[in-house]
Design a protein around this ligand. Structure first.
Ligand SMILES: [Zn+2]
Length: 189
């Protein structure tokens, strides 16, 4: 049975496809239950993997990946505490790497995947970099700048507005954060 899933995954493999996504495809096929994941969900899984790295380092677990032409070009996770840098949000970490990789501040044809709704600072950077699309997992009622604290699309007279898709693997993205804070509270007791 697993051999069949593997064969289907190999058939679906596209030359040039990101190796991690290809590996996820194979795992998804073998797992069966992940068989019908969308491409947004597959990339969000990689962002979740970044969030887990942050959690491992006792940072608020938020992760991000940047995708261009169906390839991951940069990854990042929240490192505000480690770096003592208020700008070291997952998105900014990934954006810096993407800028370096493409040798350009313009990320015109790129999509940014982030586990939690971006804050105002990150939406500012996403706008400045001319991202094509923002895909996020869970909303952030206290600091989200897409549809929570602020609605980015309601900011007037901007030159462009990225396409937005929220709620991708929302439960998983939000449970990582909830678990992190629950563990923090337990340690304090
Ligand atoms: Zn942010």
């Amino acid at each position: 049975m697993y051999y069949n899933y593997f064969a289907v995954a190999m058939v679906n493999y596209e030359p040039g496809q990101d190796r991690n996504v290809a590996a996820l495809n194979i795992l998804a096929m073998c797992g069966g239950f992940l068989l019908f994941m969308t491409r947004e969900e597959k990339y969000m899984l990689l962002a979740i993997k970044e969030a887990e790295k942050a959690s491992f380092k006792d940072e608020v677990p938020i992760g991000c990946v940047i995708v261009k032409e169906d390839k991951v070009i940069a990854r990042g996770y929240n490192q505000r505490e480690i770096k003592n840098d208020v700008t070291s949000h997952a998105e900014i970490e990934a954006i810096r790497k993407a800028n370096k990789k493409l040798n350009s501040w313009r990320l015109v044809d790129c999509e940014i995947y982030v586990t939690i709704e971006p804050c105002l600072m990150c939406m500012g950077a996403i706008y400045q970099a001319h991202f094509k699309k923002v895909i996020y997992g869970a909303s952030d009622p206290k600091g989200g700048a897409i549809s929570s604290s602020i609605s980015f699309k309601d900011i007037k007279n901007l030159n462009h507005y990225p396409e937005i898709q929220g709620g991708v693997l929302e439960d998983k993205c939000s449970s990582i954060i909830k678990e992190y804070f629950a563990n923090k509270r337990k340690k304090k007791l």
